[in-house]
Structure formats: structure tokens, C-alpha cells
Design a binder for this molecule. Sequence first.
Ligand code: SAM
Length: 232
Amino acid sequence: MTIQAQGVDAGTLPPDSVRTMFDRIAPVYDLMNRVMTAGLDQRWRRLTVADVVRPGDRVLDACCGTGDLAVAAARAGAEVTGLDFSERMLERARRKSAAIAWVEGDLLSLPFEDGSFDAATVGFGVRNVADLPRALSELARVLVPGGRLGILEITTPRGPFAPFYRLWFDRIVPVLGKLLRRGDAYEYLPASVRRFPGPDELSALLHGVGLGHVRYRLFAGGIVALHTGEKP
Ligand SMILES: C[S@@+](CC[C@H](N)C(=O)[O-])C[C@H]1O[C@@H](n2cnc3c(N)ncnc32)[C@H](O)[C@@H]1O
């Protein structure tokens, strides 16, 4: 089943198709991350944790996938819950830590009371949701007043890196995906980044769900953005 065959714009898939896609790529997901980023992805996750997580925090890592960001938060001394709607991704996450509570659930309707967490993180996840403002508002809802949110996401760079990025992302990544027999998913990836709001627009959306102290920094020549904000 390819994305085009479903008659859906390659950058916008219905939630069931997103879940099925992540179930399918779960076995190669960590390897593809390391190859696509030359191993930098783990450093970006650690920087996210350093910005928003403090020892002893109750932390929600939403769209946790195979669990790398949740594991980084747990290593920083937090009590972590990882949530994802792909059971195959969660299976891999469970193998990485028994100390983390792994929950199957939907970011668009979080199964937690208001004010349950001191911090929340999402790594490379919000780009895939069907309703971004609703996802951000759910994340804000489950934070305590003063709670911190960190959103790590791929973005489209401007400036001198842009042509290299387009070559890598639009041409080479889909070929790598095909080599691992997951071609449709790695065609979806660049398409989903193209339709995702830029850093200033995402900041405005974070303000829109009531967060304050919203700021962002860019990594790797502007390929990845880390947005942070605080619930008043
Ligand atoms: C690109 S992976 C990111 C995994 C991990 N956070 C990381 O840092 O590598 C995106 C994950 O988001 C999950 N996801 C997408 N939409 C979701 C939703 N609405 N609710 C829960 N999980 C979702 C997918 O199943 C997938 O595991």
C-alpha cells in the first residue's frame, strides 16, 4: 500500500494510516534515525531534556515511539510516562526501560487528568498529528501551572543549508527508505515536513494555547527546531 495509492496528499495522512505506517517502520526506525542524522538525533533529545526536565519531575513524553526521548528524560532523574498510539513502536520502547510507564493512547485525547505533569516533551511527533492546535492544547492541559513543554521537530531551513537539505531529504532519504523496503514512509517524511508550520508559526500556535515564555532554537544549520514554553 503506498501513500499515493490511497489518494491522500503524501504530507497529510489520516490517523489510522499514520499508526499503520509507524507499526510498519518500527523495526528500522532507530537505525534510520541514526543514519539520517549521522547520530545527532540522540544529542538533540538530550538538549530537549536539558531545557525542560528537572530531576524528580513527572514527565509525559507524547508520541514516544521507540522511547529514546523518554529514556533520556528518565536518565535525567524524572518519573516518565511515554505515550504512543503505535503498539509496534511501544513494543520496542518497552525493551529499553522497565522504569518508564508506557501507555498506548492518542495525543489528541490524552488519557490524563488536567495538571498531571511537571513537564511534557514531544520528539518528531507533532508533525504527524491530524489536528496540531488540539495536540498542543492537550499538552498544555495536562501540565501543572509552571509546567514546561518541549517540542523537538524537523523544520525547513533557510539560508545556505537549504539546497543540501533538499538534496538529502527529498532525494536521498526516500532511497534509503526503499533500500530498507519502507519506501512509502520515507517519502511521507519530507512531505510532512514541507507542510509543517515554520518556527515562528509554531511559536504563535504555542502562544495560542496559552503558553508563555515561548522561544525556539535551531540545531544543525536550522534542520531541527526545539520550541519551549511554560504554562502560566
Ligand atoms: C517520528 S516518531 C517519533 C518517536 C520518538 N518521539 C522519537 O523521538 O524518535 C512519531 C511517533 O508519533 C506517534 N504518533 C503520531 N500521531 C500520534 C497520535 N495522535 N497519538 C499518539 N502517538 C502518535 C507515531 O506512532 C510515532 O511513534
